[in-house]
Ligand binder design. Sequence first.
Ligand code: SF4
Length: 426
Amino acid sequence: MGNNEIYPAPELLMPAGSPEKMKYAINFGADAVYAGLPLFSLRARENDFTIDKIKDNVEWVHRRGKKVYLTANIFARNLKLTPFKRHFDELLSVVKPDAIIMSDPGLMSIAKSIDPEIPIHLSVQANCMNWQAIKFWQAQGVTRVILSRELRLEEIQEMKQRVPEIELEAFVHGSICIAYSGRCLMSHYMSYRDANQGVCDNSCRYPYRVHAEESPSELWLEDTREPGTLYRLDEDEHGSYLFNAKDLCLIEHLKELRDAGICSFKVEGRTKSVFYAAIVAKVYRQAIDDMTHGKPFQKNLMDELDNLSHKGFHKGFFKGDPGQNGQNYTNDQSTRGSAFLGLVTQSASTASLQSVEPKSKIQKSDFLQALVPDDKGISKVDVRVMDIEFNGQKVDVIHSGQTKVKIFFDRPLPEGSVLCLQNSFN
Ligand code: SF4
């Protein structure tokens, strides 16, 4: 299949780890966002959504004609069933999300008993890997399947051909696990934080030291977070298995995914920064719009993604097993992300005075680039820092973490503008 009449433009679905990230994702181009309640979604930490905040923010998104999917995708134990019913009874009585993202059949049946009409999207955690599984979940009332990240393009094509009426969503960008989606026990083993309960400690992404001194035939791994704790490292005929998966990036393959039947391009990263939410939304918005207008992919979009912290990019399993190319054997991510300088948090009545949340050093007389979202898209504006106030006092420089900062620019910037190093975006 290869034209827009058969499948409309897929949506851009962005993570919303906080109300602030939700707003930036929407303002910078997302069609939909996903967010969750801490007790029942896979981002239990760094998640300050409450029922009241979800209600307010879902209404804010709906007023802009966009969608919100709520995540409740843990694998629940008995003790979570009653709290889940209580929370969702209350939640669904005050707000109507566009769908709930779920993986646990028990929680699904509770959600359906509260609101039989609520659409359910099967979470990637459920690890749906074949079209028969899709048919099974469809028979349970699931309207959309978020595909496992371990699938090849041809497998996705066959799924859509065999079950054409199901909606298919695919991750196109962000961190990926070294385990099958939803089947990792590593974090629980290393630190008693169960990834399937929403508290993964990212054990697979930390540096480990290799020790060989005990015996030449035995190798041991030391977790650098816990010096002195050694784990036996085994090797079989294929070698040893160390890990640090590169990030997924399929921006150059959106058309192939759209033609395979994907209706929603999903970005991972609810714990990533506001800058990440804004820039990834902006870049993928551009790529999707270009694709739907029949324009070729613009290579400079990759440079913009490179401005963000990442572990190196690869294409996951899209074209087959990524092999060694899927792993990052260096630790070269630290310098990236340095283009981000701050956020304009409030405009003031004085024409060029703005409250700013600095995320890096900003000095008087600096020339900066501001990304300014509005109804027509994102404009890039060059601005100069004329004066800085911190706590009501004039200063020459401010740093990340300082509050009560105001900057006089040489032109007004609206609330929600993102400040970057000059020439970061062309
Ligand atoms: S430890 Fe790594 S592979 Fe396992 S769930 Fe966490 S991020 Fe994924």
